[in-house]
Ligand binder design. Structure first.
Ligand SMILES: [Zn+2]
Length: 148
């Protein structure tokens, strides 16, 4: 079963049911192991580190409607921009394989002002970069939360 390809509300409902069946609270556990707080992000941003967007709820962008994909992308971008007071022009596709996004999703990114987007497809880019919206990664070992 590919839960990641469920429609958002169906996926959330499935995960809630699974968490109850396993008697765990993933929401609390996630907060405890969050890598960065907003305060830390704001501090790092102030020190010159830039942050990219990654959607609001981490759906497979090719599996949701285009309006939903657009809302996921825009809300993620705007939230980070509001917190950091800096423009967000980089993106990492959730899950990141070629089948996890589409040309329509790439067009949404371009229309929203993104300049680069990272996949999880293995490889390295040659300069000059000819495909900035489908950047490959040097290693699949890298966390999907890292942009570059
Ligand atoms: Zn991710």
């Amino acid at each position: 079963m590919k839960v990641k390809r469920f429609e958002n509300t169906e996926r959330e409902s499935y995960l809630d049911t699974l968490a109850k069946a396993c008697k765990v609270n993933p929401g609390l556990e996630y907060k405890d192991r969050a890598i960065l707080s907003w305060d830390e992000i704001e501090e790092m941003s102030g020190a010159g580190i830039s942050f990219g967007a990654h959607t609001k709820s981490h759906p497979v962008l090719s599996a949701v409607s285009l309006p939903e994909a657009k809302a996921e992308i825009i809300e993620s971008k705007r939230t980070i921009e509001n917190k950091t007071q800096k423009g967000v022009t980089t993106f990492a596709y959730p899950y990141g394989k070629s089948e996890d996004f589409s040309a329509d999703v790439v067009n949404i990114l371009l229309n929203e002002g993104f300049k680069y987007a990272c996949t999880t497809n293995a490889g390295a880019e040659e300069f000059p970069i000819n495909t900035p919206m489908t950047l490959k990664r040097k290693s699949n070992i890298l966390s999907p939360y890292l942009l570059f």
